[in-house]
Each structure stands twice: as C-alpha cells, then as structure tokens.
Design a protein around this ligand. Structure first.
Ligand SMILES: Nc1ncnc2c1ncn2[C@@H]1O[C@H](COP(=O)(O)OP(=O)(O)O)[C@@H](O)[C@H]1O
Ligand SMILES: [Mg+2]
Length: 315
C-alpha cells in the first residue's frame, strides 16, 4: 500500500486560535480512516483544506501525489466531499438532484441515466427516485449525499460527520453503505465525534484534539497504547469465588471483578501480560481444575481509549 493522502505539517489559524496544528500523517489507498475528536477539534477545518476549500497557513497536503496548493483541479477530480450540512436543493426530485450534479461534472446525458440508476441502487434509494428531496428523512438524505459525491467516480470520499443526527438504524445502514463503497476500491476519510461510529468500520483511527493528532493507529494499537492492561473475560461453570481468589494472586493480574449476567457466571480481569502470558494464565486455571467455559479479551473499548486520550493521559 502507498499513501494516497499525505498531510505534511498542516497548520491553520483563525485569528489567534490554532484550529489545526502541525498535522503529519498519511492515509493509504483503500483505507477507511476515521478522524475522531470532540467538537472544535479541527476535523472540519482539516477536511476543508484537503478538499481545497480552504488554504492552509503552513504545510501541505498531497492527494495522489498532487499538491493541494499547486494542483487543486487534479485534487478535486479525485475527491468526493460531503460537508456536514446538506445544502439547499430540496425542491427537486431525487433523480433530478443527481442529474443536476452529473451535469455539473459534464457527464454525458446518455450516460447519466444509467449512472444514476446504478448509484440509486447502491445507496438503496431506487424506490424514492421520483420523490422530492425535501421529503426524505435525514438518514435517506445522507445516503443521497453519498450517491452525489460518487457521481464523478472519485477515488477518495471525504465525509464530514456522515452519521451525525441519525437514529441507530440509519447509523447501521450508513456503516454498511460505507463498507460497500470501500469494497468498490474507494478510500474513505470520515469524521465523527462519536466513537462507536468508527470502531467497527475503520482500518485506522486518528484522534484529534485542539488541532493536534493525539493518537493514531488501528483500534487494537490505540487500545494497547492507552490501556495499561488487557481486559479479559473468563466464564466459569462454577467455583467463581475460588477462581477470583486464585486469579488475584497470579502474576500480571491487577484486578478481578465478578460480572453477573443472565446466562453465566464470569469474571473480568485486568491483566498486564502479553499473549503468551494470557495462555499461561488460562493453562494455570485449567491445571487448578476450574471449569472454564469462556476465555476472551475485550478489544472494543474505544470509548475508554478516547476518554483517556482526550484527557491528556497520552501525550
Ligand atoms: N471560519 C472560521 N472562523 C473562525 N474560527 C473558526 C472557523 N472555522 C472553524 N473555526 C474554529 O476552529 C476550531 C476548529 O473547528 P472545526 O474544524 O469546525 O472543528 P470540528 O469540525 O472538529 O468540530 C474551532 O475552535 C472553531 O471555532
Ligand atoms: Mg466539524
């Protein structure tokens, strides 16, 4: 893989406020990259510079090797950008809306019809093609927005908070749609202030705070970096109290908590060892004759990663 987007020392000020502060990182072709951070962190400003709507004060961005400063037209050709608000084209039909943007990109009228049908099928809006844009729910408007940014067949989609304001069902649908778009070979950069939106979807996550990238990596890497220990779940048929005492005396174990759920008795263990040590821990439990029926590591603690990172625990 080679970088398709390169941020180099990117900096933007608004008067005295630094909105984006020395951003330096790459996004590889084919990635689904989540830019995450609280409101005001600089996500939108970063994206607006990437899509050539705003000039940086310092630094550069290269898109497919083209500089946003010197080759803005080449950059725009490669990118489809969906801003965080929908725009004002409500009084036309879904079909007309896409046709309008197709015409803007000078796509031949004969090709447009076919293309629009394909896009509507992709975003699952074929049945609404003759409805007015105004009448669509927020979730459907977001899907239409994604169809629109695909119309000139860009290799990169830049989506600013595509899941914001959506109900849980529409969120899941957007997530599935983005995965489908990624399968078409597109690179996706999207922002969110909600961690749960990026967790299952992204190849990598960058956490932005106060204009600075405070963490970057896969979810697993971020967890390992931020969390001083792993969280293990151990399910037992019986003898939970006894197992708890035994575990507490084992090397690398920080804390053991009983967890009650309907179907089984289990323990939650904060553990400071590597995978080999995890294996040893399990082997010892079995050697003691404990009836272990479940043993797993909690890896999806993105919320915790985010809280710790943005509290400045990681520098
Ligand atoms: N056009 C502007 N003029 C002045 N300040 C701005 C402007 N756009 C953004 N900012 C400021 O820059 C910071 C980053 O904003 P933004 O990029 O919109 O953050 P996010 O999208 O992560 O919520 C905020 O403090 C915001 O108030
Ligand atoms: Mg924003």
């Amino acid at each position: 893989m080679s970088p398709i987007i390169e941020f180099k020392n990117l900096t933007k000020r608004f008067k005295t406020r630094i909105a984006v502060n020395s951003l330096d990182f790459n996004i590889e072709g084919g990635e689904i990259f989540g830019l995450v951070g609280p409101n005001g962190a600089g996500k939108t400003t970063t994206m607006r510079m990437l899509v050539t709507l705003l000039k940086p004060d310092h630094g550069e961005i290269y898109v497919g090797g083209h500089s946003i400063r010197n080759r803005p037209n080449e950059v725009r050709r490669q990118i489809g950008f969906m801003p965080d608000s929908f725009g004002v084209y409500g009084d036309m039909t879904v079909q007309e809306y896409l046709d309008f943007f197709g015409a803007c990109f000078k796509i031949h009228p004969q090709q447009r019809g076919r293309l629009i049908s394909d896009l509507l099928e992709l975003v699952d809006l074929g049945h609404r093609r003759d409805d007015m844009v105004d009448t669509l729910s927020t979730g459907l408007k977001q899907r239409l927005g994604i169809a629109r940014v695909l119309i000139h067949d860009p290799s990169i989609l830049v989506l600013d908070e595509p899941a914001s304001g959506l109900d849980p069902r529409a969120r899941v649908e957007i997530r599935e749609l983005l995965l489908e778009v990624a399968r078409l070979g597109k690179t996706i950069l999207f922002s969110s202030h909600i961690l749960a939106d990026v967790g299952e979807l992204c190849t990598r996550v960058g956490i932005l705070e106060d204009g600075k990238l405070v963490a970057l990596g896969t979810l697993d890497q971020l967890s390992a970096h931020v969390m001083p220990y792993r969280q293990l779940h151990i399910g037992l048929l019986s003898r939970r109290e006894e197992a708890q005492v035994t575990l507490q005396s084992m090397e690398g174990v920080f804390e053991v908590r009983p967890v009650d759920n309907v179907s089984r008795v289990s323990l939650e263990v904060d553990f400071g060892g590597n995978e080999e040590a995890m294996h040893q821990l399990l082997a010892k439990l079995l050697a003691h004759g404990f009836p272990v029926i479940h043993f797993s590591e909690e890896t999806n603690n993105l919320e915790e990663v985010f809280m710790r990172t943005t509290k400045g625990i990681v520098s």
